[in-house]
Design a binder for this molecule. Sequence first.
Ligand code: NDP
Ligand code: ENO
Length: 447
Amino acid sequence: MGEIHLAEPDVAIGIIGMGDMGKMYARRLAAAGWRVNACDRADKFESLKEEFAEIKNVHIYTNGHFVSRQSDYIIYSVEAELIDTVVGLYGPSTKLNAIVGGQTSCKAPEIAAFEKHLPKDVSIISCHSLHGPNVNPRGQPLVIIPHRTSTPSALDLVTRILSCFDSAFVTLTAAEHDRITADTQAVTHAAFLSMGSAWTANHQFPWESKRWSGGIENVKINVTLRIYSNKWHVYAGLAILNPAAQKQIKQYADSVTELFKLILVKDREEFTRRIREAGEFVFGGREEGLLLRDDILDQFSLSGVPKAQRKPNSHLSLLAMVDCWHRCGIVPYDHMICSTPLFRLWLGATEYLFRQPELLDDCIRFALDDESFRSDDLEFTFAARGWSDAVSNGDFNAYRLRFEKPQSYFAPRFPDAIKLGNEMVAKILRKTEEMESRVGSRDGGRP
Ligand SMILES: NC(=O)C1=CN([C@@H]2O[C@H](COP(=O)(O)OP(=O)(O)OC[C@H]3O[C@@H](n4cnc5c(N)ncnc54)[C@H](OP(=O)(O)O)[C@@H]3O)[C@@H](O)[C@H]2O)C=CC1
Ligand SMILES: O=C(O)C(=O)Cc1ccc(O)cc1
């Protein structure tokens, strides 16, 4: 474990945007002893002041001017779609020689906004915690992007401030960050978003059916519900604003469609060849233990269907994921430095299927010979293409409408799923930490 620096009394941290991530940062930084100046929109001033009244070191202001002019490291933690507007409003009020960064999930628009609106004396050092607000940051990747340093000590100060998260620092350029997170985040979300849309279209609650019970089905269900219980703009921003993400989401939809067509015409030879070639590209030569094991996965079922009564599944979502990685030339293990918990779970699920030959054989046979999944696979194909179109069109409102349908359909189950999902993520993360330490990290780990 790295050295934890003490808070410095003459340094103040500013947070503009006190949503889920802003609040998590404020609480942790304040608990480590740093002074935090924070704001959200003016109409939330009173409620925020009340919420943080008992929290030592957090000072709530009515707007970003008050935060900017008296803080030494200011973090913008707002919707990606709004970054240019909000930096345009408060950037000119930035304290002389301060440092500014942002938490948005796609860095090209954020850096462009900083370059456009910040005074020249201001350093730009951005960050991105690669996990949601309810995950313990300890050991999770935390990307640092030192884009413009106007004073030699600026990067040191940011490192000292963020060290209280005890995350694994990864230093990247904005362009590297966007390319790698497109591989790890955007296409992962596309798969789960498509599952949710397909289940909604088929009027299914998957945990009520024997076809989605136990094993990796628990990952599919819990992660899908976890994503739909979050805010739509988080997923919209990182997919729509990142051109590399759009390309991959399109390939995922193409992989789903092409595999589904091979199933329809029962082209066993081509279907099998394509799956095996993709599997060899992604998993060939891997000998380490599997990330996910039945005994762990079975603890996290929303359905409780006994193992003996479970039905096999065509797993089109997983087959297409590996085919997509193959077609894009992506070896997902190369991206562990920018992996999120959900990405590691998803990689674990694909690995579980592809590295157990009898399971993959069953799955291929089942996909081609058993018709009971055809209508599910058809809806999944429509859904994957629909999500790809929504992202390519770049229309945030259309994305929102598409997101909100499954969100309201699944809403009654969110409390159970989130509780179970948190336990599953925590347990599986402990296991995947071992794997990360085998793969290594860009900066050699924590500060
Ligand atoms: N949630 C996650 O898992 C993660 C999110 N991120 C990224 O972090 C950023 C924040 O995400 P998250 O906290 O989840 O989103 P939230 O929607 O919870 O928080 C964003 C907050 O910023 C506020 N805001 C908007 N405009 C202004 C303004 N002019 N002045 C002050 N506050 C403003 C929003 O208000 P209003 O709602 O009224 O617009 C909202 O309260 C996003 O860019 C997201 O992509 C990064 C890592 C993980
Ligand atoms: O783990 C995931 O993929 C999440 O869904 C949480 C998340 C969302 C956005 C980010 O920029 C980082 C993490």
